[in-house]
Design a protein around this ligand. Structure first.
Ligand SMILES: [Zn+2]
Length: 149
């Protein structure tokens, strides 16, 4: 009798671990940062993505998004999304305003903080001692290197 219960418990445990293992690995696979490999669901406040015609790349932060798109190249067909710092929702990354040099730290350290409007970006500059507002096309490899300083 005792042995039977143990067997049942063992079966249940196996079944549970098989199930949870499967779902978590699927999610992780789909949403790992394409640049650094961190699971992006842990960084909802910073995540971004680039969708091409057949591909979707997820990123843990604007920093990873820029590093990856600069090394891989970006085409006009790619749609870029970043998370607005105040609204906490995905916005068009090509239209966003990016504040650098602020006191806000992202998942990968100092980051470019995306905001949907210039007004919000200026507000953020005041609140968090930002140094500069950049548009998407103004962010280059030097900008990214400068973040760590
Ligand atoms: Zn990353």
């Amino acid at each position: 009798m005792k042995r039977g219960i143990c067997f049942l418990l063992a079966l249940t445990f196996l079944w549970l671990s098989a199930c949870s293992g499967e779902t978590s690995s699927n999610q992780a696979e789909n949403t790992r940062c394409a640049q650094c490999g961190m699971p992006t669901e842990e960084f909802q406040a910073w995540r971004g993505k680039i969708t091409g015609q057949t591909t979707v790349k997820h990123y843990c932060s604007p920093r990873c998004l820029f590093i990856n798109s600069q090394s891989q190249g970006l085409t006009e067909a790619d749609s870029v999304f970043v998370t607005d710092y105040y609204e906490q929702k995905l916005i068009d990354g090509r239209q966003a305003f990016y504040v650098i040099g602020s006191d806000v730290i992202g998942p990968m350290g100092h980051d470019l903080v995306p905001l949907a409007t210039r007004q919000a970006a200026e507000e953020f500059m005041q609140e968090h001692k930002g140094q500069q507002i950049l548009r998407f096309g103004e962010v280059n490899t030097e900008t990214i290197k400068g973040l760590s300083k």
